[in-house]
Design a protein around this ligand. Structure first.
Ligand code: NAD
Length: 230
């Protein structure tokens, strides 16, 4: 029996998710693109994937901070094109603030999108992967799944949690032909960082472009002094 290779990449309308979707399509994988953009915008993107890479591509719009939307999205995909057998949990959001000022609703939202959504997509994708005895689960965590930074309590909690969940997923599915892995990217110039670059530019009275360099250098220096401390 030939393997079905159909990838859902959450949050694939921009940044890292979009790049992953392109690379999977280059490798000949059918893709399900996903994000918050309108159906019309997403359909245009899917059409461009089909013409550029010759693979089957569709777009699904769903706010994955709500588990009901995730369930609806997974069954929509199964009905429209068939089950997902490669799952890339990539969608993520950020908010930075000192712990005592961190808005509770931002905490809930970050945990929902960056961690709980991956639990829901994974649990709903497993049965089809098990049925064909093959599947791939790739979770996009972050260096902040391994180390901390100030003002990123929710993001660090979610990204650390995602690594823990990936380890459990890998153990539970190891004998079923399904692998689970986590990727921990460092700074990548995507829309996710815009607010942090803007805040740095304002705090340091510098241009947006200089802020990009400054923030990345500051982070590298923090890591060096942190290493010297331990
Ligand atoms: P991005 O802002 O370019 O893309 C985020 C994607 O998630 C978009 O497609 C957006 O539509 C989607 N999304 C956000 N909230 C959503 C919601 N409620 N429902 C559905 N979709 C939603 O960001 P990116 O930098 O490409 O980030 C991708 C992943 O990589 C995230 O998990 C992020 O935490 C992680 N990451 C990014 C960096 C970085 O420096 N950019 C570093 C480490 C890890």
């Amino acid at each position: 029996m030939s393997r079905i290779k159909r990838a859902l990449i959450t949050g694939s309308t921009s940044g890292i998710g979009l790049a992953i979707a392109h690379q999977l399509a280059v490798a000949g994988t059918d893709v399900v693109l996903h994000g918050l953009e309108s159906q019309q915008e997403g359909d245009k993107l899917a059409t461009s994937f089909h013409s550029q890479h010759g693979v089957e591509a569709i777009y699904v719009q769903a706010d994955i901070s709500d588990p009901d939307n995730i369930a609806a999205m997974m069954s929509q995909i199964a009905t429209q094109v068939g089950p997902v057998t490669i799952l890339v949990n990539n969608a993520g959001i950020q908010h930075t603030a000192p712990l005592e000022d961190f808005p509770p609703q931002k905490w809930d939202q970050i945990l929902a999108v960056n961690l709980s959504a991956a639990f829901h997509t994974t649990r709903l994708a497993i049965p089809a992967m098990q049925a064909q005895g093959w599947g791939r689960i790739i979770n996009i965590s972050s260096v902040h799944g391994l180390v901390a930074s100030v003002h990123k309590s929710a993001y660090c909690a979610a990204k650390h949690g995602l690594i823990g969940m990936t380890k459990v997923t890998a153990l539970e599915l190891a004998t079923k032909g399904i692998t689970a892995n986590c990727i921990c990217p460092g700074w990548t110039d995507t829309p996710l960082l815009v607010e942090q670059f803007k805040a740095y530019a304002q705090d340091n009275n510098t241009s947006y472009e200089e802020a990009k360099q400054g923030l990345i250098k500051a982070k590298a220096l923090t890591r060096i002094s942190y290493r010297q401390l331990i």
